[in-house]
Design a protein around this ligand. Structure first.
Ligand code: ZN
Length: 57
């Protein structure tokens, strides 16, 4: 799962179904007082109906 507040600069996420890959160039930033849990509640980035997977290599 790739929720925006958990994605770090330089990480690469990919779709296991179609091969799409994205790299994080800038991390998510929230205003003072904003709870990441609230604003990042959406389940994450989805491609082909499935969440993107973190590439670890
Ligand atoms: Zn896909």
């Amino acid at each position: 799962m790739a929720r925006c507040d958990e994605m770090r600069e330089g990480e690469v996420y990919y779709c296991e179904h179609c091969g799409l890959e994205i790299e994080v160039l800038e991390e998510c930033v929230h205003e003072e007082g904003e709870e990441a849990e609230e604003v990042c509640r959406i389940e994450g980035f989805v491609c082909c109906g499935e969440p993107l997977t973190l590439r670890e290599d």
